[in-house]
Ligand binder design. Structure first.
Ligand SMILES: [Zn+2]
Length: 283
């Protein structure tokens, strides 16, 4: 392996060292790696590291892994830790098989459908990485969904739905006083009494857009906040509408975190590489 890069992203570091991005942050916390540069995004920062330091860490990884295993054994008990690691190995092979099967199945679809499904698959994994500390990835997610909006239709299996959510109410001083006098929280006051005409309101604060990609045996579903995507549509009223149920929580919005096993089967480097090349494709 020739490693000459001066700066390496966390994605590249995790690929080279064979660890997940959360483990890269662990190396930082434990003093083995130092953040040399950060790149700011709307949704967070991407970290960059010194290529030489990463290269020097490579031969030390087996010992570091053993240290992490021992710490995990102490934390949750040796038997449980060994079981957890065995499950993780299984997950890696399960996700690798899923990936192979998925990519193979794409050979049978029309070219543009293949492109949309492939991007959806990697976007699904991007979501998990974003949920596990790489928040800056939400910017890339936005660009991908924008391209979905511009270049694809229901012919390729894309359907976009507007999910109408509540407005955000920021209580005015008078309403805050009343809540305090009643001895209840602002949130409870809002739920019980609403705001008055002097309170500030942000319409559609809890609204979002749902992107459904369904073709053949494949099905993906993504969400993006109203604020991010509203400018992509000339007329939101023309989109199919749904009312957002109260109680649908944030998990609905952001999906689940990535597991170690999954991260080894579909690396962050692969995910961002695939999605960036999708962005560069013209139809
Ligand atoms: Zn008020």
């Amino acid at each position: 392996m020739v490693l000459k890069e001066k700066y390496m992203s966390a994605a590249r570091v995790s690929e080279i060292l064979g660890i997940t991005p959360p483990s890269v942050r662990r190396l930082v916390r434990e003093g083995f790696l130092e953040v040399k540069k950060t790149k700011k995004y709307k949704a967070g920062s991407e970290l960059y590291f010194d290529g030489g330091t990463v290269k020097a860490l490579l031969p030390r990884m087996p010992a570091l892994r053993r240290k992490w295993h021992l710490e995990e054994n102490r934390r949750i008990g040796g038997k449980k830790a060994a079981f957890k690691r065995a499950i993780d190995v299984k997950k890696t092979s399960r996700h690798s098989n899923l990936k192979k099967r998925f990519l193979h199945s794409l050979e049978f679809y029309p070219e543009k459908v293949t492109s949309l499904l492939r991007a959806s698959y990697f976007l699904y994994h991007l979501n998990h990485y974003a949920k596990t500390g790489e928040e800056y990835l939400y910017d890339l997610k936005g660009e991908i969904l924008k391209k979905f909006t511009d270049d694809f239709t229901d012919v390729e299996g894309l359907n976009i739905i507007f999910i109408e959510g509540a407005q955000k109410v920021i209580l005015c001083d008078g309403c805050r006083d009343r809540a305090r006098n009643m001895g209840i929280s602002y949130l409870k006051y809002k739920n019980n009494h609403g705001g008055c005409s002097r309170c500030q309101r942000e319409e559609n604060y809890y609204s979002l857009f749902e992107f459904r990609v369904e073709y053949g045996e494949h099905k993906f579903c993504f969400h993006t906040p109203y604020k991010t995507a509203k400018k992509w549509f000339e007329n939101i009223a023309e989109l199919p509408h749904k009312i957002r149920e109260k109680g649908e929580d944030e998990a609905f919005l952001f999906g689940r975190p990535i597991s170690e096993g999954e991260a080894r089967a579909v690396t962050l480097k692969e995910v961002t590489g695939e999605l960036e090349s999708f962005l560069g494709t013209y139809y």
